[in-house]
Design a protein around this ligand. Structure first.
Ligand code: PLP
Length: 400
């Protein structure tokens, strides 16, 4: 009965999308380079010689951005959260005791994932808007016997950075724990050294630091984690799609697990290639220079940043919304008038501007800072827009 379900009348995309794409300056997804967009438009066979060559290079480049020699770099068809869940599902067995170091929304999500695979999370929450403290973590490790530690490098939700990640990860290894690190927003924007810091699983997504598309994510397991937990496992993990041994068939043995997201992998290949071309040291320096200039410009305008300098993330900048100003009104004005999109926050009265990948470019900073100041003013804030723009200019030219 074709008539019972007639075709719906649909508005074509060109009438839904804005005439001019918005400049995506929020907490992700971020703008993608033309090479990434072009690669994303191609479909090839998911198995065979061409795909194998692409996968070999993605793994090599993955090892570079993770700074590891591990042979267990894997991709997953899914958001950053799927990579988080894949790390958890393969390293946390039922009844395992997990120390979940939390500073906000995403680190809490890791704890929820631990709970769902029947692990036993103990939450160690950092002080308000601060990164985890090494001595506090060590006390927790002494008091309880843990199998795994989870944490984020950058807590995108409230713009807190765990600057002590290296010490904490090495400490966890000394206490016999495997460490899972969420680097979704930070990877390739700031230093992270998987092998040197003794991290056992690193997770990233496409749409943030790497400036690729959302929906294809990358992770790596250490040789140690693979040998201890994955190769010698006694029970199958709960999730068939996220099973690291099955994923290994595709990523290391040129055979079939599920149909790989070929276009997304090609896009990721290009995004990673651009990282290699730029080199990590240069890329870190660019992110730091741009983010610090943006922060200085925001403060020079008379606005405040949420997190103290010592604990502040550079990859996403959290701006306190002045009393009597509506964050939503600012965001709407920025989108409508200036065609710049930034993010609100989960429950906090802040606005967030991303400094990940293509967002960290001088021309994008000038447009975004101007749009922010002008929209804040339109929403009732009192501030000095020219002073902010001048400070941005001063900082960018002083450091370059
Ligand atoms: C964005 C983000 C995630 C989740 O990524 P999705 O692709 O939205 O699933 C996890 N952790 C951090 C730190 C993030 O910034």
């Amino acid at each position: 009965m074709i008539d019972a379900f007639p075709a719906p009348s649909i508005v074509p995309l060109e009438h839904i999308l804005p005439d001019e794409p918005l400049l995506m300056m929020g907490a992700g997804p971020v703008p993608i380079p033309q090479k990434v967009a072009a690669a994303n438009s191609i479909v090839i066979n998911h198995l065979g010689e061409t795909m194998s060559r692409v996968i070999e290079q993605v793994k090599d480049m993955g090892r570079y951005v993770f700074q590891t020699s591990s042979s267990h770099v894997l991709g997953v068809s899914g958001p950053g959260s799927a990579a988080m869940e894949m790390a958890v599902a393969n390293l946390v067995t039922p009844g395992a005791r997990v120390l979940c170091i939390t500073n906000g929304y995403f680190s809490q999500r890791l704890a929820e994932m631990v709970r769902r695979v029947r692990g036993e999370p103990t939450i160690l929450e950092s002080s308000h808007n601060q990164g985890a403290d090494v001595a506090t973590v060590e006390r927790a490790l002494q008091q309880g016997k843990y199998d795994v530690v989870t944490m984020v490098q950058g807590e995108t939700s409230n713009t807190v950075c765990n600057t002590n990640l290296a010490q904490i990860s090495r400490l966890a290894r000394r206490y016999g724990c495997l460490t899972i690190v969420d680097a979704v927003c930070t990877l390739s924007t700031m230093p992270l050294e998987m092998d040197n810091w003794q991290v056992d699983a690193i997770i990233t997504g496409g749409q943030k630091g790497l400036s690729s598309i959302p929906g294809v994510s990358l992770l790596a397991f250490s040789e140690e984690a693979w040998a201890r937990k994955i190769a010698r496992r006694e029970e199958l993990p709960y999730h068939w799609c996220l099973d690291a041994q099955l994923a290994d068939k595709f990523w290391n043995q040129k055979s079939y697990h599920y149909t790989a997201p070929v276009s997304g992998i090609l896009a990721l290949h290009e995004a990673l290639r651009l990282v290699c071309e730029e080199t990590l040291p240069q890329r870190f320096a660019r992110h730091q220079r741009c983010s610090e200039a943006l922060q200085a410009g925001i403060e020079a305008m008379g606005l405040g940043l949420l997190v103290e300098k010592q604990h502040r993330l550079n990859s996403v900048v959290g701006i306190v919304v002045p009393d009597h100003v509506s964050a939503e009104a600012v965001r709407t004005h920025m989108s409508k008038v200036h065609k710049v999109e930034i993010s609100g926050a989960f429950g906090l009265n802040i606005l967030r501007i991303g400094q990940m990948g293509e967002q960290s470019r001088a021309h994008n900073l000038f447009r975004t800072l101007h749009a922010l100041g002008s929209s804040m003013r339109a929403a009732g804030a009192t501030l000095d827009l020219p002073a902010g723009m001048a400070e941005l200019e001063r900082k960018l030219s002083a450091q370059s």
